[in-house]
Design a protein around this ligand. Structure first.
Ligand code: SD4
Length: 295
């Protein structure tokens, strides 16, 4: 059995996402149901520009979504490069529960979603289309540190039975190449849950997170006795090390990790300042700013 129930989510919208998840957790529901509900809330909001409906498109103006989910039995489901469906986290859950596979991409993921009753929608909002048109004037691909490019919802939760689950959903980096998939649908990179140890999820520059299998690393470090914050900090340090070794500028990169231990402790760490995450428990409902590496 784990600690008291707890929900953690990335970024400012995490507060409201947590509130949706908490309704389920506080009435004795499963962390898995809580995760899906909390993430659906953000996916459905057209004003959140890096997730689901309203997400920023790729270079060709397509909104393509990535998501994954993991439960207390180490069940996993994932979709990548999924267009036209605003709730990829729910499709990912269906992949986990209703297919012999763990990951579906592109057209196959879309056909599966239709077979499960999901509806085709146009996810490109007018505002996202307008900004994309402006971007095309210069077509410079420069990932920005600040949140306009980093609004992935990653959520991890511990329920009243002591079970951990997590989920992650994103439209990925704005103006990415067609077909680009980031860390968010990749189990181990964007998300990892081990029900005997803890859970972690990541946001930020996916290519860097994938190179270090960041979320898996955080959970493995907790297994070795690191606190959630220490584990997130070490995962960030590994990423920094890659930049240093390769003599690349790190100033335009942001990465953040959040983590929960089985005992109900939590922590976070980011590369740059400004990474916020939301916490909900019996005792607190709060938006925190993660400690960061670069001063
Ligand atoms: C990606 N990690 O596709 C995602 C982007 C992100 O907040 O987290 N944005 O690389």
């Amino acid at each position: 059995k784990g600690g008291a129930p707890l929900v953690l989510s990335t970024w400012d919208f995490g507060l409201q996402a947590n509130a949706h998840a908490w309704k389920i957790i506080s009435s004795g529901g499963s962390s898995l149901d809580a995760i899906e509900s909390g993430i659906n809330y953000v996916e459905n909001d057209p004003n959140e520009r890096s997730v689901g409906l309203g997400g920023r498109p790729d270079r060709e103006g397509r909104v393509s979504l990535d998501a994954c989910i993991m439960d207390e039995r180490s069940g996993i489901g994932s979709v990548a490069n999924l267009e036209h469906i605003k709730n990829p986290i729910s499709v990912a859950r269906r992949v986990m529960e209703h297919t012999p596979h763990t990951m579906l991409v592109g057209e196959g993921a879309l056909e599966f979603a239709f077979s499960q009753g999901f509806i085709k929608e146009d996810l490109l909002t007018e505002q996202s289309a307008r900004e994309w048109a402006d971007w095309k004037q210069t077509s410079k691909y420069v990932p920005k540190v600040n949140i306009e490019n980093h609004d992935t919802i990653g959520m991890i939760a511990l329920d009243t039975k002591g079970n951990l689950s997590g989920g992650c959903s994103t439209s990925g980096m704005a103006y990415k190449m067609k077909g680009r998939v980031g860390d968010s649908p990749i189990i181990g990179a964007g998300l990892y849950v081990d029900n005997s140890i803890g859970a972690a999820t990541a946001t930020g520059h996916g290519e860097e997170i994938m190179r270090t299998v960041g979320s898996f690393l955080v959970v493995e470090l907790m297994r070795q006795g690191y606190t959630p914050e220490q584990a997130c900090k070490e995962a960030i340090r590994r990423i920094e090390e890659n930049f240093r070794r390769e003599k690349r500028s790190i100033t335009d990169t942001q990465i953040g990790f959040i983590a929960i231990s089985k005992a109900g402790h939590y922590g976070a760490y980011s590369l740059q300042t400004g990474f916020t995450y939301a916490v909900k428990s019996d005792k607190e409902e709060i938006l925190r700013t993660a400690p960061h590496a670069l001063k």
